[in-house]
Design a protein around this ligand. Structure first.
Ligand code: HEC
Length: 232
């Protein structure tokens, strides 16, 4: 009666061993994790605040990594879980993460592909820092300042972060570019800025793809629009 015991025991031990060693560096561990909300720390990069908007506007655009492309089955990168499941991100190891490799390499393999502009060095640095800090599903709150809203200090930063990735370059979304005051004030004046970000049914919801801007950002934009969208 020794051998049947062994035939169950040994595989079980091997299984447990494999599970421990495999799970240790496995990005899937984080993928099931709920978003962790903390107070904003200037040295931390946050998925919800910093990384998601960057990836949405540069990678998960319509026809690219958003699940609508059937060209070469581009990996879907719409949510945190998608991104971690893609295998492109190795937590704590930016230099071993394919996501960083494809952003920085030259030639035809670069992402986003030409004619899209490459990400800036600062954007790549942000992604690297997020990965090296553990590629967490984190979010921070407490950076909402609705008392001193200005175009240059507040609105341009929001638009650059959440909108310009799709609304610039050779093929901007809806043929609308949002790269300077004149362009942004045009959609402020015709109502489509507030209409799109508040998901008013008369407009197409922005950022494209169904997500909402954080409440604080919507409030800041509303204050600026209500003030007559000054170029301050
Ligand atoms: C992921 C890409 C993407 C992002 C990010 C994005 N847009 Fe768009 N936007 C589009 C596309 C594509 C269209 C055209 C949609 C269509 O015509 O079906 C569009 C259209 C628009 C329109 C015209 C819509 C209408 O109903 O008249 C406005 C205004 C606009 N975007 C503003 C914004 C603002 C403001 C942001 C940031 C908060 C933003 N977009 C972020 C892709 C994007």
């Amino acid at each position: 009666m020794q051998s049947p015991k062994y035939s169950v025991g040994l595989p079980a031990i091997i299984l447990v061993f494999f599970c421990f060693s495999a799970c240790k560096h496995d990005p899937f561990v984080d993928a099931s994790q709920h978003t962790i909300t903390e107070n904003c720390d200037p040295d931390t990069v946050y998925f919800a605040n910093d990384i998601q908007p960057l990836i949405t506007s540069h990678c998960a655009k319509s026809g690219c990594h958003d699940g609508t492309s059937d060209e070469d089955e581009a990996e879907i990168l719409s949510t945190y879980t998608d991104i971690m499941n893609s295998g492109f991100v190795e937590a704590f190891e930016a230099n071993n993460s394919e996501m960083i490799e494809v952003l920085t390499e030259g030639g035809d393999d670069r992402m986003p592909p030409s004619p899209e502009e490459p990400l800036t060095a600062a954007q790549i640095e942000l992604l690297k820092t997020w990965i090296n800090q553990g590629a967490r599903n984190n979010e921070c709150s407490g950076d909402c300042d609705t008392t001193s809203v200005s175009y240059s200090g507040t609105i341009a930063t929001i638009i650059n972060k959440y909108c310009t990735g799709c609304h610039s370059g050779a093929t901007p979304g809806g043929d609308i570019t949002l790269t300077n005051y004149t362009e942004v004030s045009t959609i402020a004046a015709d109502g489509s800025l507030m209409g799109t970000i508040t998901h008013n049914p008369d407009y197409i919801s922005m950022p494209y793809g169904g997500s909402w801007l954080p409440d604080c950002k919507i409030d800041e934009i509303r204050i600026w629009v209500d003030n007559g969208y000054p170029n301050d």
